[in-house]
Each structure stands twice: as C-alpha cells, then as structure tokens.
Design a protein around this ligand. Structure first.
Ligand code: HEM
Length: 165
C-alpha cells in the first residue's frame, strides 16, 4: 500500500510539473515563438498562419494541462487545509481561495481569447485584411499580457501558501 504522504508528494510533483509546462510554455510562446515568427517571413498572413499552427497545438496541450492542474490542485487542497471552512477563516485558506478565483479568471480569459481572437485572427489573415488584422492583434496581445501577469500572481500565491502564519 502506498503511504498517504508519498501519494501527496507524487500528486504535488505532478501539479508542479503541469504548472511548469503551462507557465513555461506560455512565456516561451510570448518571448520566443512570436518574435521569431517575424524573422521567418515578411508576409503578414503567412506569419499568422505559422504562429496559428503553433498556438493551436499549444492550446490543445494547455487544455489537458489545465484539467490536470485543477484536479491535482483540488487533491492538494484536500490534505493542505484542515477543512473547507478554513478557506474562509484562515490566512492560508484565504490565499488558496484567492488563488482558485484567479485560476478561474485565467481559464475564462484563455478560452475567451482562443475562441474570439484566435479564430478571428486566422480568418483575417486568410482573407488578407491586414489593417484589421494588425488592430485585432494589438488587442489580442493585451489579453495575452494580462494572462501572463495573472500566471505570475498565481505563482506568487502558490509560494505564499508555504509561508507560516
Ligand atoms: C483550482 C486550481 C488549483 C488549486 C485548488 C491549487 C491548490 C494548490 C495547493 C493546495 C498547493 C499546495 C501548497 C503547498 O504545498 O504549499 C498547490 C501548490 C502549487 N500550485 Fe496550485 N492549485 C491550483 C492551480 C494552480 C495553477 C493554475 C498553477 C500555476 C499557474 C499552480 C501552481 C502551483 C505551484 C507552483 C505550487 C507549488 C508551491 C509550493 O509547494 O511551494 N496551481 N496548489
């Protein structure tokens, strides 16, 4: 029989690994993939097609990673907090509650971003409506930046869960 402490450690490790893939991959897209795509071709619609293919594949991976993150997160919370009430009446519980709310906001933003901007950007690129494409991309970048900031805040809250109160 597996000791509960060993199981908890393995699940926390899976949670951490998924967080690394999710946050690391998102920053890689922003810091490496998008800037390098500018060097591949001067044709804006071709460039959008290339980043679109990469973003779509990353999006599919992200879906699975997010489901595992939330499931393992709920499992972690089951041993980390003494009771559900602790979410509301202890400082550590409050931090976890805030983390969960921000994770919810992040998931919502990711899906709104994918459904609205992702599809529209690819469509505008295909139809070579370059001025509209530029304007939409600017707005899409703002949402992506907000996502990355949210991830950093969620990571900070995860670290704060380790602070003794
Ligand atoms: C509903 C979603 C989530 C819940 C309920 C949750 C809950 C938890 C809990 C209870 C811990 C253990 C705390 C500890 O060992 O100190 C933890 C650790 C951690 N979580 Fe989450 N989590 C969720 C989503 C996320 C997401 C989306 C990320 C990344 C963006 C993330 C990143 C981390 C990290 C990096 C740790 C390790 C912190 C440490 O041990 O110092 N979590 N999480």
């Amino acid at each position: 029989m597996i000791l509960p402490q060993v199981l908890n450690a393995v699940i926390l490790w899976v949670h951490l690994l998924m967080a690394v893939l999710f946050v690391g991959g998102s920053f890689f897209m922003w810091l490496v993939v998008v800037p390098s795509s500018r060097l591949t071709t001067a044709d804006e619609s071709e460039r959008t097609r290339i980043t679109g293919v990469i973003a779509k594949r990353f999006g599919r991976m992200t879906n699975i990673v997010l489901v595992i993150l939330v499931l393992t997160g709920i499992y972690n919370a089951s041993w980390y907090l003494p009771s559900t009430a602790a979410l509301f009446d202890t400082p550590t519980g409050n931090i976890l509650l805030l983390k969960v709310i921000l994770v919810g906001a992040l998931v919502l933003l990711i899906y709104v971003h994918n459904v609205y901007f992702g599809k529209k950007i690819i469509q505008l690129a295909r139809e070579k409506r370059l001025e509209e494409l530029k304007a939409l991309r600017k707005r899409s970048r703002l949402v992506s930046a907000a996502n990355l900031v949210l991830m950093l805040v969620i990571l900070l809250l995860a670290v704060m869960l380790q602070m003794p109160f």
